[in-house]
Ligand binder design. Structure first.
Ligand code: HEM
Length: 328
């Protein structure tokens, strides 16, 4: 017997229109908005990859100067791609940190871009940065898996994963320090970046307090690169440029601390002289400003003095084993 057709809503509950939580909507929207930005990042990565490939092919690569066995870009293309993602990741991290500092400091006069636009750029570039950092580490893991031909597949996969993602596992040369620093940057970047999308749940103040630690992610990323990047290994101009690029970041950080956008974050009069902040808060804020000023001075002194932590290029090429960047 055929059942009778029922008009919608008659005798059955009206199907509820499920609205996804605002956090999820915001993340989905930002992921969509990040597509042009991510496409630009892919182009930059491809350009850097091409540059590194040509240099390795021509024998001019500093990576090969540090690790002579790597003189074949056709074999080591995944390593080169990892390096390229590392550079685009660092460039995007630079950009997103600059945008964040611009937003949290008092708005400089004559800025031709609306605040909402800057905020959107900050969010999309930060999503792209996380993806680039992850791609950098993943390509390094892929290269290790490719390299370990003497192991069985399960062991190969584990070796690549553990050396790249398990802190303390990588046990060779400078990487024993540099890799965990890179991992620290990646593992902090993801929660600190994504907490924005759950700020309704954790509270705007908690989010703001946690989000400021993003500057640690940036410091760790630069530190990791200065320690381990073979293209900035020697005390020559590429390393100097990397140091100099940190000057605007430190200057913006100092400006942001001296002239915060939010009145509540101003230093104010010292405790005991009026309605200023409590003594520990005031002392922490004052210390932050002094440290930022000292970092700025340090960033001028390092390139000018030439004491930038770069190694001396040896007269003869060293005989190194794979992935064993010698500790200086
Ligand atoms: C799981 C985390 C990470 C791992 C396993 C890792 C691994 C490595 C390795 C092995 C190198 C040496 C490559 C060379 O020979 O130059 C390197 C360099 C580099 N890394 Fe990472 N890294 C990680 C996180 C990061 C993060 C978060 C950044 C920030 C964007 C970053 C940016 C760079 C850059 C710019 C270089 C220099 C590449 C070059 O000299 O061409 N890394 N990383």
């Amino acid at each position: 017997m055929a059942s009778e057709a029922r008009p919608a809503g008659a005798g059955s509950p009206t199907p509820a229109v499920r609205t996804p939580p605002p956090d999820r909507v915001a993340l989905r929207g930002d992921l969509r908005a990040a597509l042009p930005d991510a496409a630009a990042a892919v182009l930059v990565t491809a350009a850097v990859f091409g540059f590194l490939y040509v240099r390795m092919d021509s024998g001019a690569s500093d990576t090969v100067a540090v690790m002579p066995f790597m003189d074949d870009p056709g074999t080591y293309w995944m390593y080169l791609l990892s390096q390229a993602f590392g550079w685009s990741g660092l460039l995007w991290a630079w950009g997103t940190v600059m945008l964040g500092l611009l937003l949290s400091g008092r708005r400089p006069g004559g800025l031709p871009v609306r605040r909402e636009t800057l905020e959107r750029w900050h969010r999309t570039t930060s999503l792209t940065t996380m993806a680039l950092m992850a791609a950098h580490a993943l390509m390094f893991a892929a290269e290790l898996v490719r390299y370990e031909t003497s192991l069985a597949w399960a062991e190969r996969l584990w070796a690549g994963f553990a050396d790249s993602f398990v802190p303390g596992w990588y046990d060779s040369g400078t990487g024993q320090i540099a890799i965990p620093i890179g991992q620290g940057a990646l593992y902090l970047a993801v929660p600190l970046g994504l907490l924005f999308y759950v700020r309704h749940r954790i509270g705007a103040n908690t989010w703001r307090r946690l989000h400021r630690f993003v500057v640690v992610v940036y410091v760790l990323s630069v530190w990791h690169t200065l320690l381990y990047g073979t293209n900035v290994w020697y005390g020559e101009w590429p390393r100097t440029v990397l140091w100099l690029l940190q000057l605007p970041v430190a200057a913006m950080l100092l400006y942001r601390l001296l002239r915060p956008a939010r009145r509540a974050q101003r230093l104010g009069p010292p405790p005991g002289t009026g309605a200023g902040a409590l003594a520990p808060t005031w002392a922490t804020r004052a210390l932050g400003r002094v440290v930022a000023a000292a970092v700025l001075v340090g960033l001028v002194v390092v390139p000018v003095s030439g004491h930038d932590g770069g190694r001396d290029r040896p007269a003869e090429t060293p005989a190194t084993t794979p992935h064993d960047h010698a500790t200086e």
